[in-house]
Write a protein that binds this ligand. Structure first.
Ligand SMILES: Cc1cc2nc3c(=O)[nH]c(=O)nc-3n(C[C@H](O)[C@H](O)[C@H](O)COP(=O)(O)OP(=O)(O)OC[C@H]3O[C@@H](n4cnc5c(N)ncnc54)[C@H](O)[C@@H]3O)c2cc1C
Length: 483
C-alpha cells in the first residue's frame, strides 16, 4: 500500500469521534477507520501525539522527544506491527545494543540483542539471565498478545502466559535471586524500575520481564527523526483511510461534538467524568474518583556539543541507559521516592538517540534525554542531583551542555491530563492498578454512556507506546454497535 493524497474534505458527518491524539487515541481511530468508519480525532494541543511527540525543546536544530523516547512496544505491538506505517514515513532506528546499565564506579553492563552474547558477557550471571528470558523469547509474540489486553481473558498462549506470571507477578527482587552477579542483578533492577514502583511490590517483575524480552526480540528501537515520526505515520495512515485529525480543539463537553455514534476518550478518568457529566452514575463516579497514580518524574533534555563522555566507552553502543548502580541501590532509591523522599543517587533513565540518528541534531552535536522518578512537589533544583548522577558516569558531561530544558510534573500534566501528577504511565502499575484500570470489569473501556469509551493508558494494558488501549476500546465499540 502506498500513500495517497488526503481524502477529499468531508461533510461534517462522522461515525466516530476520538478525543485526544495520543498513541491510544490514534490507534483507536485507525482501528475504527480500518473497519470502514469515518473517524475524526480532536486534539487540544497544537500538534498531535500527546506523549508521543517531538519538539525543539532546547535550541533550534535539536529535535527532542517531549515524552516517550524508546519504543520496543511501538515496533512489536500487536496493533502497530501489522499496519503499513513504513509506507507513511516511519523508519525504525535500531542501536547496536538495546540498553546499557551503569554501575556505581562507571563500569557499563551492556545488554546485547543476542541472548547468547548477553549471557556470555554476564559471566556467572548469564545462566540466570537465560533462565529468565530464554522461555519468554521463544514465545514473545504470544506473550504480547496475552499481556497487552484486558484481564482476565482466556489466554491464547496459556503456557507462555503462565511462565510470564511465574516470574512477573512476584516482586522484582525475587526474580533477581536467579541472577548470581551484581551486574546481572543491577541490569534486571534497571528494567524493573521502569514500572515506577518499589522493587519489593508484587508485579514489578513484569516490567523487567517484558522489556528485557523485547530487548532480545526486537532491540529497543526508536523512530528516525523523533518520536513524532510515529505519530505522523499514524495520522497519515488515518487520513489515507478517510479519517481526519483537528488540533487546537479542547473538548470540554460531549455536547460540543458533532453527531457520531461512538466517542473514544483518550484522556484521564477525571476528564472523562467531566465529559460524561450527569451520564456518570454515582457508582462509576466513585470508582473513577478512587483512581490512583504513581510517582511523577523530573525530565531533562540536553543539547550537547559532543557525545556523552561515558567512563566506559562500551556504553556508546546502547540507545538507552540506566544509571543507579546495584539492585540494592536502585531498590533503595525507588523506595525512597515512593515514601516521598528524594534519593541522593537517583535511578536515571536516559537515551542517546543522535549517536544512531544524526538527523536529530546539527552535524557533530547531540541530544540527551533523561529523567528520574520523583515524589509530588519536588523542586526543580533537584535537576542538579540528576545531572550529578550523569556527570559521575560521564565526567565532563556538564562541559558539553549547549542548552538544557527541564520538564516537571506540572508541565507534563499540561502536555496531557493522562500524565496526572507527572505519572508517565497514566496510573499506578501495581497488580490492583492493572486489574482495575480504571475499574474491575471485563470491558473497562465501556462507560455508563453506551456511546462513550475510555481508551487512554488509564485502561488496560496501561502505560507505554503500544496503542493497545485504543485498539481494544475500538474493538469493544465495534462489537457493541454492530457497524
Ligand atoms: C516523559 C515521558 C517519557 C516516556 N517514555 C516512554 C518510553 O520511552 N517508551 C514508552 O513506551 N512509553 C513512554 N512513556 C509513556 C507513554 O508516553 C504513554 O504511556 C503514552 O503516551 C500514553 O498514551 P495515551 O494515548 O494514553 O495518552 P497521551 O499520550 O497522554 O495522549 C492523550 C492526548 O489526548 C489529548 N487530550 C486529552 N484530553 C483532551 C480533551 N478533553 N480534548 C482534546 N484533547 C485531549 C492530550 O492533549 C494528549 O495529546 C513516557 C511518557 C512520558 C510522559
Amino acid at each position: 500500500m502506498s500513500p495517497t493524497p488526503n481524502a477529499a474534505p468531508k461533510s461534517a458527518e462522522w461515525d466516530a469521534i476520538v478525543i485526544g491524539s495520543g498513541p491510544n487515541g490514534l490507534a483507536g481511530a485507525v482501528t475504527l477507520a480500518r473497519a470502514g468508519l469515518r473517524v475524526l480525532v480532536l486534539e487540544r494541543n497544537a500538534q498531535p501525539g500527546g506523549g508521543l511527540s517531538s519538539a525543539a525543546l532546547t535550541l533550534p536544530g535539536f529535535t527532542h522527544d517531549v515524552g516517550s523516547a524508546i519504543h520496543p512496544l511501538g515496533l512489536a505491538s500487536p496493533a502497530f506491527r501489522d499496519w503499513p506505517l513504513h509506507a507513511f514515513g516511519l523508519d525504525w532506528v535500531t542501536p547496536p545494543a538495546p540498553f546499557g546499565h551503569v554501575m556505581e564506579d562507571g563500569r557499563g553492563v551492556v545488554i546485547e540483542q543476542s541472548l547468547d552474547a548477553t549471557a556470555e558477557s554476564l559471566g556467572a550471571g548469564g545462566r540466570g539471565w537465560r533462565t529468565l528470558f530464554g522461555p519468554m523469547l521463544a514465545g514473545w509474540e504470544g506473550m504480547l498478545d496475552d499481556v497487552l489486553r484486558p484481564l482476565p481473558r482466556l489466554p491464547k498462549h496459556p503456557l507462555t502466559l503462565a511462565r510470564f506470571g511465574l516470574r512477573g507477578v512476584p516482586p522484582a527482587v525475587l526474580g533477581a535471586r536467579l541472577l548470581k552477579t551484581p551486574e546481572a542483578r543491577a541490569a534486571w533492577a534497571g528494567l524493573a524500575a521502569h514500572g515506577t514502583l518499589p522493587l519489593s511490590v508484587p508485579g514489578t517483575g513484569a516490567a523487567a520481564l517484558m522489556l528485557g524480552t523485547l530487548a532480545h526480540a526486537v532491540n529497543w528501537p526508536f523512530p528516525r527523526g523523533g518520536a513524532q515520526s510515529l505519530t505522523n505515520a499514524l495520522v497519515a495512515y488515518l487520513r489515507f483511510l478517510g479519517g481526519d485529525v483537528q488540533t487546537g480543539v479542547n473538548v470540554e463537553s460531549l455536547k460540543d461534538l458533532p453527531p457520531a455514534r461512538v466517542v473514544l476518550v483518550d484522556s484521564s478518568p477525571r476528564v472523562l467524568l467531566d465529559l460524561l457529566g450527569d451520564a456518570a452514575t454515582p457508582a462509576y463516579r466513585r470508582w473513577l474518583g478512587r483512581y490512583r497514580y504513581g510517582s511523577g518524574i523530573l525530565k531533562l533534555d540536553y543539547a550537547l556539543s559532543g557525545p556523552v563522555p561515558w567512563l566506559d566507552p562500551a556504553l556508546r553502543r546502547a540507545g538507552t541507559l540506566h544509571l543507579g548502580g546495584t539492585l540494592e541501590a536502585i531498590a533503595q532509591a525507588e523506595a525512597t521516592v515512593s515514601r516521598g523522599g528524594l534519593p541522593e543517587r537517583p535511578y536515571v533513565l536516559a537515551a542517546q538517540h543522535t549517536l544512531f540518528d544524526p538527523s536529530r541534531a546539527p552535524a557533530g552535536q547531540h541530544t540527551f534525554w533523561a529523567y528520574a522518578h520523583v515524589p509530588p512537589n519536588t523542586p526543580d533544583s533537584y535537576a542538579d542531583t540528576i545531572e550529578a548522577q550523569i556527570e559521575r558516569a560521564a565526567p565532563g558531561f556538564r562541559d558539553l551542555i549547549l542548552g538544557r530544558t527541564l520538564t516537571n510534573a506540572r508541565q507534563l500534566q499540561a502536555l496531557s491530563p493522562v500524565f496526572e501528577g507527572g505519572d508517565v504511565n497514566g496510573g499506578k502499575g501495581d497488580l490492583w492498578g492493572l486489574l482495575a484500570r480504571p475499574l474491575p470489569t471485563p470491558t473497562p473501556y465501556r462507560t455508563p454512556d453506551p456511546r462513550v469509551y475510555l481508551c487512554s493508558s488509564a485502561t488496560p494494558p496501561g502505560g507505554g507506546i503500544h496503542g493497545m488501549g485504543g485498539y481494544w476500546a475500538a474493538r469493544a465499540a465495534l462489537n457493541d454497535h454492530q457497524f
